[in-house]
Design a protein around this ligand. Structure first.
Ligand code: DAT
Length: 178
């Protein structure tokens, strides 16, 4: 049984996953698991999508690479997809959102995304693609949607998640005693 939870922090690229995970790692002691970094370090890329200018991941290879550590619990899994992770690994799915399209557009433009990739991500955010994916892949009661438009929301979101982590741990300890 895990003594610390595994949380997926997901959302369209640029929505704030990295800033949330870094803050949350400090606040909760959970570890930031950047899937992008694992895929690079462990060579889990399958092919390059020229049109989108991004790599396609070998999901089986990636899951093999992280399984042993994730099953121990205590990870913040940072990735712009969530339906590849087995349900049994995951205790909470946080979907970050940026409803202000102009703010979101400027963030992605600041990253130097080319037009096709930028527009695809803006559309995905408008249509809530990641939220739908999360609700289909996991039980709806473990899926939480949080806004990440302004600076102070990072703070309040992280406080909320940290409170959830504490109560999860308390429940788990009580169940272990039973
Ligand atoms: P992701 O990891 O989802 O791709 P990020 O954490 O790198 O996104 O954030 C992208 C940029 O947007 C970065 O410059 C920080 C900024 N940002 C993210 N969330 C924000 C928020 N809630 N308020 C203000 N800026 C934010």
């Amino acid at each position: 049984m895990r003594t610390a939870p595994n949380i997926i922090i997901t959302g369209t690229p640029g929505v704030g996953k990295t800033v949330h995970c870094e803050q949350l790692a400090q606040d909760t002691g959970l570890r930031h698991l950047s899937i992008n970094k694992v895929a690079k370090d462990r060579d889990c890329f399958e092919s390059y999508d020229d049109e989108l200018g991004s790599w396609v991941i070998d999901e089986d290879k990636l899951l093999d690479a992280i399984e042993d550590q994730v099953l121990q619990g205590g990870y913040l899994i940072d990735w712009h997809a969530c339906d590849l992770f087995p349900k049994s690994w995951i205790d909470l799915v946080v979907v970050l959102r940026c409803p202000a399209t102009d703010v979101f557009h400027d963030r992605l433009a600041g990253r130097g995304y080319h037009e096709t990739k930028l527009q695809e991500n803006v559309d995905a955010e408008i249509f809530g693609v990641l939220l739908e994916e999360a609700k289909e892949a996991f039980d709806e009661e473990i899926v939480v949607e949080l806004n990440s438009e302004k600076d102070d929301e990072v703070e309040s979101n992280c406080e909320r998640i940290a409170t959830w982590v504490e109560s999860w741990k308390k429940n788990q300890a009580e169940n272990a005693d039973d």
